[in-house]
Design a protein around this ligand. Structure first.
Ligand SMILES: *Cc1c(COP(=O)(O)O)cnc(C)c1O
Length: 429
């Protein structure tokens, strides 16, 4: 019997039974015949179908019609009002603790400096070698600037730095565990900076346990939520997280370069100072006089003029997440990644492909990575045929499943095309 026909039927059945299937039509390009499968929504989410109309209205009515009055009428507050909506829909954050600002890189810098300033008698930053490059680079820059020391974690079961978390042969791929943090944290640790979901492995860290451990040692935590927000339930308030930031162009579909969000726990906000003092974080920005006095509340974490036009995509997507609910989104995400692993077992494992992501669903975000020496060439061949995962060096194909816009059929198509390329040498042409 032809296994691909059997599995296509399985994909069709999974799609037919998916309670969130109707959301797929609410994204641009879901019916584009030139894209057979898009599995990179974890890097750049699709635009929502309502966005073109929202931009049109923004240009003609809000910006074109209201002109400078727009700032008083809604834009000045938008970084905070939209922040509150993200907080409620995806972060488990009560109002007043989340703001939209800058890029994730800049927000990481601001929050890291803030954390070090809040622990002036401590000099260490904890981070892992498998973390995303920008996180590591910001830490290295801040360490050079402040004299802080870096305590590197080598996540268990990975080859570490150069391969950014490639699984060691014969080991179950993992990421940063509570024990990894316990091994490096100490009385001089000011802040622990980790990603909730590893950008390569998809490892889902135990945020509440690691946060509690850091607090036992008197350190602050700064969680990077880029690869989790919008796909994994997050409870920042309940977990006692101090500081967090994340991208809005991945599972929050804000569009290329849409700004980051940042979160600061309520009881800390008014005691903290961030390093990029600008007029938009001042207590009275339009007084145009006097010295900087930080605003009360989360506004003090803003610096310059907020990127209003870049928040429109995000605003549309947050509406869809509010409608679907994060628990239903997570349920579909787990089903999608489990299905991808089942197809990997069935069709790729015997072809020398390794799985570099956790099998345990509770420890997995919404993407998986598989490795094979020919994947660089194969990815290029896939892209030219409208099958779009992404390549992560040295040998990884990353399959990102964005629960509201990815179908089971897309997962099946991608695995099947990878299998055919491996068997037929299609990647080397
Ligand atoms: C995508 C990603 C970033 C990107 O930061 P930008 O400033 O938006 O370029 C940072 N950290 C992690 C963990 C990411 O996944």
């Amino acid at each position: 019997m032809d296994t691909s026909a059997v599995s296509s039927a399985r994909a069709d059945e999974l799609d037919a039974r998916d309670p969130l299937r109707s959301f797929r039509d609410r994204f641009v390009g879901a019916d584009d015949p030139s894209v057979a499968a898009y599995l990179d929504g974890n890097s750049l989410g699709r635009p929502t179908a309502s966005l073109a109309g929202a931009y049109q209205r923004f240009v003609t009515e809000e910006w074109g019609g209201r002109l400078i009055r727009g700032w008083d009428e809604s834009w000045f507050e938008l970084p905070l009002t939209l922040g509150d909506r993200i907080g409620a829909a995806t972060l488990g954050a009560a109002p007043g603790q989340t703001a939209i600002a800058d890029s994730t890189t800049v927000s990481l810098y601001k929050l890291l400096r803030t954390a070090l300033a809040a622990r002036p008698d401590r000099h260490e930053i904890v981070i892992d070698r498998a973390n995303f490059p920008t996180d590591r680079f910001v830490v290295q820059g801040v360490a050079a600037e402040t004299g802080a020391r870096i305590r590197w974690i080598e996540p268990t079961g990975t080859t570490g730095d150069a391969d950014a978390g490639t699984a060691l042969a014969g080991t179950e791929p993992t990421g940063v565990t509570v024990d990894d943090v316990r091994a490096v944290i100490g009385p001089d640790t000011a802040v622990v900076l980790l990603s909730q979901v590893g950008f390569r492995s998809g490892w889902l860290a135990d945020v509440p346990a690691i946060t509690a451990l850091a607090h036992e040692h008197g350190a602050l935590v700064l969680w990077d939520l880029c690869h989790s927000v919008g796909s994994v339930p997050i409870e920042l308030d309940a977990w006692g997280v101090d500081l967090a930031t994340g991208c809005t162009y991945k599972y929050l579909n804000g569009g290329p370069g849409s700004p980051s969000f940042l979160y600061v726990r309520q009881e800390l906000i008014d005691g903290l100072r961030q390093p990029i003092q600008g007029w938009m974080g001042d207590g009275d920005p339009f007084a145009m006089a006097g010295d900087y006095v930080p605003a009360t509340g989360i506004r003090r974490f803003l610096s310059g003029t907020p990127a209003i036009t870049a928040m429109l995509g995000l605003r549309e997507m947050v509406g869809l997440i509010e409608e679907a609910g994060i628990d239903a989104i997570r349920a579909k995400s787990v089903q999608l990644t489990s299905y991808a692993i089942a197809l990997y077992d069935e069709r790729l494992a015997s072809l020398g492909v390794t799985l570099s992501s956790p099998r345990e669903e509770a420890r997995r975000g919404s993407h998986i990575t598989i490795d094979h020496p020919s994947f660089k060439a194969i990815t290029a061949a896939l892209w030219s045929r409208g099958v779009i995962p992404d390549f992560r060096p040295p040998t990884g194909i990353r399959l990102g499943m964005s629960p509201l816009s990815t179908s089971f059929a897309e997962v099946e198509t991608t695995i099947e095309v990878i299998r055919a390329a491996l068997v037929g040498g299609g990647g080397r042409q």
